[in-house]
Design a protein around this ligand. Structure first.
Ligand code: CTP
Length: 411
C-alpha cells in the first residue's frame, strides 16, 4: 500500500469544555485555552463565579473565538446551555480545579453552570487540581479526588514547586503540555489498552576514557514519539533510552541507560512481562575493548589505535527468546535499504521492521521527519511518504495492531 497519510491531530475540531475555577492558577487557563485553540480544538470555557474574580470571560472568548460562559441563569445562554454544551462535548476538563469544586463534584452538587454541566456530560472527564500544598494534602481533598477517579474521572496530578503563596510543595497546576497529553489520550483510540509496551530510544555511548565516548547521531525523537503515541493509545509504556536532549513523554515509565550493555540488561529485565517491544534505539555494535582509567593523553600517542569488541545484539537476543511478544525493530541503512532490512527482519525473528534510509538529507537522524518503509514478516510492505515522526509513530502502531498475532495478545 502506498500513498500519503493524514497528519494525526487528535484535537482537531474537537469540542473541549474547559472549566475554570477560582484559584490563582486561573490565569494559566487562558494560556491553555489559547494553546488548545491553536491545536485546532473548539474550546468552550465555563467559569465559576469565583474564577471571574481572577479573570474575565472576555479574555477567554477573545482567545478561543467562542463564547465563554459563567452564569447558569444568564439570558445570553438560555436555560438549556449546560445540556447543549454537554451533548456536543468530546472532553470535559477542569483546569484549575479548586478544593471547593472537587468537593462539590464528589458530593454530586450542581449549583452553577460548571457543576451542572459536569453531571450532564457523557464524554471523558479530566481534572487538573491546583491549590496550596497543605490543602492538596488534606485527607478530605485526597479522598474526594480518589472518589472521583473511581467514578471515571482522570486525574492530571499537580506538580511540585513554588506556589503563589510563597510555599513550596505539591499543588501547582500541571503544565499545559502534560494537560494536552492527557487530553490526547482521552480522545484517542484505546487499541493498546491493557498491553505492556517496551520502547527503546536514543543512541548508546561507549566510554573510551573518563571524558570521551563513542556515540552516534541518534536524537531519540523517533523512539520518544513511539512511546508518546503508545501511551496516548492507552498502552502501559516503559521507555528505555540512551542519553538524549529530550524530556521523556508524560505517562511513560522512564529508564535511562548509557551503554549498550546497560540497555541490554534493562531490556532483558523487562522483556518477560512485555507484550510488545519496539527497538528504535541506535545501539552501538562495538565498544572499546579496554576503557582507559585516566584521560588518554595526546603526548603519549603518535597514532591512537582503538581495539573494539562487539556489544550484545539486544534485538537478536529478544528474537531468540520471544514467546507471545510482538517484536519490531528499525533498520538504519545507507545502501540496499530494503534488502538489508528484510535480512534483519528474518535474522532477528521480528514481526515488523521499519526500514529507514539514513543517508537521505533532512530526514531520519536528528530530524523531525522521517521517510520509512514498513516490512512485515508475512511479506507485506508499506511505503510511507515523508511524515512527522509523531505521525510515523502512529503508522507503526497501526501496523502493529494490524498483525494477526496482535489479536491474540488482547485475549
Ligand atoms: N540493535 C540491537 N542491539 C545492537 C544493535 C542493533 O538491539 N547491538 C537493534 C536496533 O535497535 C534496531 C535493529 O537492531 O532495531 C537494527 O539495528 P541496525 O543498527 O540497523 O543494524 P545492526 O543489526 O546493528 O546491523 P548493521 O549495523 O551491521 O547494519
Amino acid at each position: 500500500m502506498n500513498g500519503a497519510k493524514e497528519k494525526v491531530n487528535l484535537l482537531a475540531e474537537k469540542n473541549i469544555i474547559l472549566g475554570v475555577t477560582g484559584g490563582i492558577a486561573a490565569y494559566k487557563a487562558a494560556d491553555l485555552a489559547s494553546y488548545l485553540t491553536q491545536l485546532g480544538a473548539k474550546v468552550h470555557v465555563i467559569l465559576t463565579k469565583s474564577a471571574q474574580e481572577f479573570i474575565s470571560p472576555l479574555t477567554f472568548s477573545a482567545l478561543t473565538g467562542l463564547p465563554a460562559a459563567g452564569d447558569l441563569f444568564s439570558a445570553d445562554y438560555g436555560p438549556l446551555k449546560h445540556i447543549e454544551l454537554a451533548t456536543a462535548a468530546d472532553a470535559f476538563l477542569i483546569a484549575p480545579a479548586t478544593a471547593n469544586v472537587i468537593g462539590k463534584l464528589a458530593a454530586g452538587l450542581a449549583d452553577d453552570l460548571l457543576t451542572t454541566t459536569a453531571l450532564a456530560v457523557t464524554c471523558p472527564r479530566l481534572l487538573a487540581p491546583a491549590m496550596n500544598a497543605n490543602m492538596y494534602a488534606q485527607q478530605v481533598v485526597q479522598e474526594n479526588i480518589a472518589l472521583l477517579c473511581r467514578r471515571g474521572w482522570e486525574l492530571i496530578a499537580p506538580e511540585a514547586g513554588r506556589m503563589a503563596c510563597g510555599a513550596v510543595g505539591l499543588g501547582r497546576l500541571a503544565d499545559k503540555d502534560k494537560i494536552v497529553a492527557f487530553l490526547r489520550r482521552s480522545l484517542g483510540r484505546k487499541d493498546l489498552a491493557g498491553l505492556k509496551i517496551l520502547v527503546t530510544a536514543g543512541g548508546t555511548r561507549e566510554p573510551l576514557d573518563p571524558v570521551r565516548y563513542l556515540g552516534n547521531r541518534s536524537s531519540g525523537r523517533m523512539g520518544y514519539a513511539l512511546a508518546q503515541v503508545a501511551w496516548e493509545r492507552s498502552g502501559e509504556v516503559i521507555l528505555i533510552s540512551g542519553p538524549t536532549a529530550l524530556v521523556p513523554p508524560y505517562g511513560v515509565r522512564f529508564i535511562p541507560v548509557t551503554t549498550a550493555q546497560e540497555m541490554y540488561e534493562a531490556v532483558m529485565d523487562i522483556f518477560p512481562e512485555a507484550d510488545i517491544v519496539v527497538k528504535a534505539a541506535a545501539v552501538a555494535d562495538f565498544r572499546p575493548a579496554n576503557q582507559a582509567k585516566e584521560k588518554i593523553k595526546k603526548e603519549e600517542h603518535e597514532m591512537l589505535v582503538l581495539n573494539l569488541e562487539p556489544t550484545p545484539d539486544i534485538l537478536a537476543a529478544l528474537g531468540r527468546k520471544k514467546t507471545r511478544q510482538i517484536l519490531a525493530g528499525f533498520a538504519a541503512e545507507t545502501q540496499d535499504l530494503l534488502a538489508n532490512a528484510k535480512e534483519k527482519l528474518k535474522a532477528k525473528n521480528l514481526d515488523l521492521i521499519v526500514a529507514n534510509d539514513v543517508s537521505r538529507r533532512g530526514v531520519g537522524f536528528e530530524s523531525d521527519t522521517n521517510i520509512v518503509t514498513l516490512l512485515f514478516a508475512d511479506g507485506r510492505q508499506e511505503n510511507l511518504p515523508e511524515m512527522d515522526k509523531y505521525d510515523v509513530a502512529h503508522a507503526v502502531w497501526d501496523a502493529i495492531c494490524s498483525l494477526p498475532r496482535f489479536a491474540s495478545l488482547k485475549k
